[in-house]
Design a protein around this ligand. Structure first.
Ligand SMILES: [Zn+2]
Length: 445
């Protein structure tokens, strides 16, 4: 073997081994996503003893438990009773694995100024990722956890129309820990970040003198904690607390009405379940506006403490620079608060205007989590991307006349929007720049 060939092989392995490894990690996370999607809505414990066939209880062997390959080896059937195993499992594992590997490739492998299939993939790389995986792995891990959670909540939302909130809390918790860890890593080893310059920190943070933002986000977070305590003690009512009672009553009334009608016309009283005819009962709930007043009361402490905290911190901080660690924590908090506020604001406004519940509280949590992981500008972009995704899906639904499960399922739109923003940021920035007749593209952090 020539030395040249050896060097070539070495370079090949060094480049592609991590990609294969990230793909494998993604497949394992996809496997976990399958478990969560199956167990969370049923309230089953998440810690799994071991995977079993739901029909004959046969345990899967270690080899059969391997993501993607296990299903292929079994050819989609239980080894013992031959019951078919849904292809959803390997498909979800593959989706997560591809998302993980694609992020790694774009962030750390793609070379700037080189085009492949007509696209300059290196341009997708965010400023911070240019520092390499050794210096930015915590931020990379935050994104991967977010992607895995988004896949899981999309599937659960499509199946059950609800979003288990724990799936939104996990990425927020990870962002709260790993973004500061990345700061320590960079700050300790001096890896060439200049803090405070918009555009090159990992998530959007305030200017070095931005004490107002530090105080405001800290105050708002404390306000939210207080409001949650007040709700749990019963001092503030939970919004839509009487919804289920109302729904049960409405269905009973509808049933009675149908039974009476059927009796008059002499038909059999065996009317079909009225709920089957009106799957969108929530549209008829008459108290949406009243419940929004309740939600505004819930948000009042956060608004008041946020405003007061901002003024107080601005006074106390004066001309001193905010410590970098505090700036990064503020960046995570701002992403969480602004992301959540966008959806909640639209929800309250829409509900007042239309008199029916607009957008779910679950969606508030989803965009808050996206904001905490990716920063507030990305959260705002994600919202608009999600609205476009929703419109496209509605048009596709109308054209193909496909049965849309529920038009209001905005969670999956938010998840797709976040992926669009993550991989399409340079084009979005260029597009915004052109829209607003600016000389060049926007440089959003
Ligand atoms: Zn079986």
């Amino acid at each position: 073997m020539s030395d040249d060939f050896k060097m070539h092989m070495y370079g090949f392995v060094v480049t592609w081994l991590p990609v294969v490894w990230v793909f494998a990690v993604g497949a394992c996370v996809g496997s976990l996503v399958n478990v969560l999607v199956y167990r969370l809505p049923k309230g089953l414990p998440v810690i799994v003893p071991s995977s079993r066939c739901p029909k004959c209880d046969t345990k899967l062997t270690f080899r059969e438990n391997i993501p993607i390959l296990g299903w292929l080896m079994l050819r989609g059937k239980c080894r013992f009773c031959k019951m078919p195993i849904s292809p959803e499992y390997p498909i979800v594992e593959t989706i997560v694995a591809v998302l993980f590997a694609a992020t790694y490739l774009l962030w750390y492998v793609a070379i700037p100024n080189q085009t492949w299939l007509g696209v300059e993939w290196g341009a997708v790389k965010p400023e911070w990722a240019k520092n390499g995986v050794m210096e930015t792995w915590p931020a990379f891990a935050v994104l991967l956890i977010l992607l895995g959670s988004l896949v899981a909540m999309t599937i659960v939302d499509l199946k059950t129309y609800t979003i288990p909130l724990v799936l939104t809390w996990v990425p927020v918790g990870v962002a709260l820990i790993l973004h500061p860890v990345n700061t320590l890593l960079v700050d300790e080893f001096g890896l060439g970040y200049s803090a405070g310059t918009l555009g090159n920190w990992i998530i959007a943070i305030p200017e070095p003198g931005g004490w107002w933002w530090v105080g405001a986000s800290g105050g708002a977070v404390i306000g939210l904690v207080i409001a949650n305590v007040l709700v749990s003690t019963g001092a503030i009512g939970r919004s839509f607390a009487d919804y289920e009672e109302w729904e049960a009553k409405a269905i009973a009334e509808e049933k009675a009405k149908r039974a009476a009608e059927a009796g008059e016309s002499g038909e059999s009283a065996e009317a079909e379940d009225p709920q089957a005819d009106t799957p969108e009962m929530w549209v008829m709930y008459p108290h949406a506006r009243r419940e929004m007043v309740r939600e505004l009361a819930f948000l009042a402490p956060a608004a008041a403490l946020g405003w007061g905290g901002g003024i107080l911190a601005d006074r106390l901080g004066g001309a001193a620079d905010v410590p970098l660690l505090l700036l990064v924590l503020t960046g995570v908090a701002m992403g969480y608060l602004i992301g959540g506020a966008v959806v909640w604001g639209v929800r309250i406004f829409g509900s007042f205007v239309f008199g029916k519940e607009a957008m779910g509280l679950g969606d508030v949590h989803v965009l808050a989590a996206i904001g905490a992981c990716m920063g507030w500008p990305d959260a705002v972009l994600t919202f608009f991307a999600a609205v476009l995704v929703g419109l496209v899906m509605a048009v596709v639904g109308m054209v193909t006349k496909a049965k849309m499960a529920r038009m209001m399922a905005f969670g999956p739109c938010l998840a797709i929007g976040a992926v669009v923003v993550l991989f399409g940021k340079p084009w979005i920035e260029a597009g915004l720049g052109a829209l607003m007749h600016r000389g060049g593209p926007f440089n959003l952090p």
